[in-house]
Design a protein around this ligand. Structure first.
Ligand code: PGA
Length: 252
């Protein structure tokens, strides 16, 4: 695994943008896997800057987001579709029809299962994903693949842990409003993506980063599956890297 340690969140965003854009420029069409949460915001800011100042073109980019809460409509301000529109899509020239965020409005379990299969098929139909952006939870989760998730899992509905609901409660009026379920790409979905970049900043992520990189490959730390990925890069700030013992990190 490649690790790039940078000084802060802004640098993390710039370095990750460079990795993705250098790869993107080699392809006529590009399939990008996107994530939500506070971590990728500096990356999205840099992509927006590159679009506005350098003319970076997104018109042939197809995107698939990792996850969405079940029960939230696209116009709910805590839905991940809303987040993507506000933090990236509306600021660049991506074709909205080519952006995919799992549909959180389906509530029937059988229909959700069928929809999740279709989501995987949609990714396969465009030739698979080129680059996946990931954050990491304090418990090592990626997407909403909580500890214990099968390392081979595909897109499906997951129950959120109490900890994840507490972590996200700050965005809702009360804990009761935090959804209990989400649709998420699986760990197996991420393993099929050609290249993966995991971003982390801040000391609260240091234990999870260490477990993911230096611990055993285990479903108890879903991000540790990336040890088996052929092209996974961690771009992390110094605080998130502070518990690593390996000395193979690149700096800058
Ligand atoms: P955060 O969430 O970026 O808001 O820290 C990351 C995650 O839980 O995957």
């Amino acid at each position: 695994m490649r690790v790039i340690v940078v000084k802060d969140a802004a640098e993390m965003g710039k370095r990750a943008a460079k990795l993705i854009v250098d790869d993107m420029k080699k392809h006529a069409t590009y399939v990008l896997g996107l994530a939500t949460g506070s971590t990728p915001i500096p990356l999205y800011k840099e992509l927006i800057r590159m679009h506005k100042q350098e003319g970076l073109d997104f018109s042939t980019v197809i995107s698939f987001n990792l996850d969405e809460y079940v029960g939230l409509s696209p116009d709910h301000d805590q839905s991940y579709r809303y987040f993507m529109n506000e933090n990236l899509f509306k600021h660049i020239n991506i074709n909205p029809k080519l952006t995919h965020v799992p549909d959180g409005t389906i509530t029937d379990l059988d229909q959700i299962a069928a929809y999740c299969e279709r989501y995987e098929e949609m990714i396969d139909d465009v030739g698979g994903m080129d680059y996946q952006v990931l954050g990491i939870g304090g418990n090592g989760h990626i997407g909403f693949n909580e500890p214990g998730s099968s390392l081979g899992s595909l897109t499906r509905i997951k129950t959120l842990t109490v900890q994840t609901r507490k972590d996200n409660a700050r965005f809702f009026k009360s804990m009761d409003e935090v959804p209990r379920y989400a649709i998420t790409m699986g760990i197996g979905t991420t393993m099929k993506v050609r290249k993966v970049v995991l971003l982390a900043n801040g000391e609260s992520k240091a234990d999870a980063v260490k477990a993911a990189m230096e611990g055993p490959v285990t479903s108890m730390c879903p991000a540790s599956a990336l040890q088996l990925h052929r092209f996974a890069t961690f771009v992390i700030d110094e605080a998130a890297a502070s518990k690593l013992t390996l000395e193979t990190c690149e700096h800058g």
